[in-house]
Design a binder for this molecule. Structure first.
Ligand code: FAD
Ligand code: SIN
Length: 536
């Protein structure tokens, strides 16, 4: 089937939903989600959204904190734009009905602002510890009520349709939509549009241990790479210091906001170890805290460290963190009385599809927004709670630009062939997919994790090259499935992370290589940019 609209938006987290709502005022929108519309990292976000909303805070301080965390690689122009645009974007969410937690200050009611690692001021607006859910629900309600938006759940985009590949010609390339698998019928549909938006989120599933939901397989990054877009800074993987350590707790995050409210990281014997690692102690930027935990665990041989909140009043903990309190209780941990066992886990990818100030990629008519994008905001390490903020700001910028494009470059969509299945048959060897999937995630965790070395990266490189060629063969021989699409994508993204990490022969922000433990500004004060066209 061929489905035409003005805008094709792939992904229904904060970035895709925000873009869709803004663009729908000017044209029709097809909105794709590979599972249910709500399933996204956004839905699970806990801590909140960073923005300058109090009189005690200033734009300059938020800018300074972001740039300090980014370890020399932030684009100052983008940081300035995002930070200054923040309050207006938060107000839009409030106008849409998001109920952020507020508190009384004398006779006035004001937003309750949380604190997280690397922030010099309280500036995290939140809805208790379920911020993402509150935002996602409000945006989904608005999208569902919008006549100009058609939602396609259980549709997984496979590849971007580029002019060069499907129409021909050379020079500047453009995108005309994407092929997507309808998981219910098994058919591949051709979604055509004048502007295509990748809002597919992150890639945590490339690693064995992650805070991310199962949808985070880096699809947008892999699709953009195959289409010929520039991909940047893939070596900068953020490991969140504190995920719950429990055999039955798959990917449950213990928000940094707990440390913002006085939580202390301790070893098994009770030692508060962050004092010896950074002047900001438990509220140091994430790369430093995650590396400190990794160091302490390797030294002690223990399985986890502990986040201690027991010195705070039980009533405060239950009121401020109701979700974390009740979730931990389900696992038999009363966080008001017992320190929480925690370990680091892959959480966020700072790199991604390189965009300009409007969210447009190096391919015309193709935008990337949210975690899939690399805008220059985060540099080598993202400041806590700057991700939801970036997604809001760039969804806004990209929608303005795509609407302008529609008016100014309104060329008709060319004829595009439908998806070719060729001689592909049903696979009887699904075990190959799960085996390859497990293998990638395990060696990425062991060799391309918090601490890297040249030898580990070389080992990972040998394995990913072999797996990529095996997956490629399998891909063309068998009928396409959701798992096969995702496997191909995590292999592509893993390859990009390894290659980028191998290029950066220094340690900076989230990339730490024991063979080059220092920062090297002379040679590496720049982004790592990869493009498939320069590699073949
Ligand atoms: P997502 O919200 O991940 O949405 C991606 C969407 O794309 C999903 O709908 C998915 O199904 C869809 N999709 C993916 N691939 C395809 C495909 N091939 N075809 C069709 N659909 C596809 N950041 C903060 O700033 N503050 C926080 O407090 C915070 N807490 C977090 C807590 C957790 C547990 C996690 C995991 C992350 C947290 N983050 C936080 C990070 C932040 O939530 C994410 O970076 C952000 O939500 C990403 O939004 P997004 O719209 O880019 O992607
Ligand atoms: C958290 O709540 O700790 C997550 C915040 C973030 O990822 O920005």
């Amino acid at each position: 089937m061929e489905i035409k609209s003005d805008f094709l938006v792939i992904g229904t987290g904060i970035a895709g939903l925000t873009f869709a709502l803004k663009a729908a005022r000017y044209g029709t929108v097809s909105l794709l989600s590979k599972r249910s519309v709500r399933e996204s990292a956004t839905y699970y976000a806990q801590g909140g959204i960073a923005s300058v909303l109090s009189k005690e805070d200033t734009f300059d301080e938020h800018i300074k904190d972001t740039i300090y965390a980014g370890a020399g690689l932030c684009d100052a122009r983008i940081v300035d734009l995002v930070v200054k645009d923040g309050p207006a974007r938060i107000q839009e969410l409030i106008d849409r009905g998001v109920k952020f937690t507020s508190r009384h200050n004398g006779s006035a009611t004001e937003l309750d602002l949380g604190k997280e690692g690397g922030h010099s001021k309280r500036r995290i607006v939140h809805a208790e510890d379920l911020t993402g859910r509150a935002v996602e629900e409000a945006l989904v309600s608005s999208v569902e009520a919008d006549q100009n938006i058609r939602i396609y759940e259980n549709h997984i985009a496979i590849d971007v349709i580029t002019h060069s590949k499907f129409v021909g010609g050379s020079g500047e390339d453009s995108a005309w939509g994407a092929y997507a698998l309808d998981k219910t019928t098994g058919e591949v549909h051709t979604f055509l549009a004048k502007a295509t938006v990748l809002a597919t989120g992150g890639a945590g599933k490339v690693y064995l241990f992650t805070s991310n939901p199962d949808v985070a397989t880096g699809d947008g990054i892999a699709m953009a790479y195959r289409a010929g877009a520039d991909i940047a800074d893939m070596e900068f993987i953020q490991f969140h210091p504190t995920c719950l350590y429990h055999s039955k707790a798959k990917s449950f995050l213990i928000s940094e906001a707990l440390r913002g409210e006085g939580g202390i990281l301790r070893l098994k014997d009770g030692t508060a170890f962050m004092k010896g690692h950074h002047r900001m102690e438990d509220l140091a930027p994430r790369d430093i805290v995650a590396r400190a935990i990794d160091f302490e665990l390797k030294k002690s041989g223990d399985d986890c460290v502990y986040l201690d909140m027991t010195h705070r009043p039980a009533v405060f903990i239950k009121e401020r963190f109701p979700n974390i309190y009740s979730k931990c209780l389900e696992f038999g941990i009363d966080i008001t009385a017992t320190p929480i066992p925690v370990v680091p886990a892959a959480h966020y990818i700072c790199g991604g599809v390189r965009t300009d100030v409007n969210g447009e990629t190096s391919i015309k008519r193709l935008y990337a927004i949210g975690e899939t994008a690399c805008t220059g905001l985060h540099g080598a390490n993202r400041l806590a709670s700057n991700s939801l903020l970036e997604a809001l700001v760039f969804a806004d910028k990209a929608s303005e630009d795509a609407v302008r494009l529609l008016k100014e470059r309104g060329a008709p969509i060319p004829a595009i062939p439908s998806w070719e299945t060729g001689g592909a048959v049903e696979s009887e060897e699904a075990v190959v997919i799960s085996q390859n999937w497990d293998e990638i995630r395990r060696f990425m965790w062991n060799y391309v994790g918090i601490v890297r070395s040249d030898k580990r990266l070389e080992r990972a490189k040998r394995r990913i090259d072999l797996l990529k060629s095996e997956i490629n063969e399998y891909y063309w021989d068998f009928k396409i499935t959701n798992n096969l699409v995702e496997l191909r994508n995590i292999a592509t993204v893993a390859g990009l992370i390894i290659d980028s990490a191998m290029q950066r022969k220094e340690s900076r922000g989230l990339h730490y290589n024991i063979d080059y433990p220092e920062k090297n500004d002379r040679d590496f004060l720049k982004d790592t940019v990869v493009n498939i066209r320069e590699r073949v």
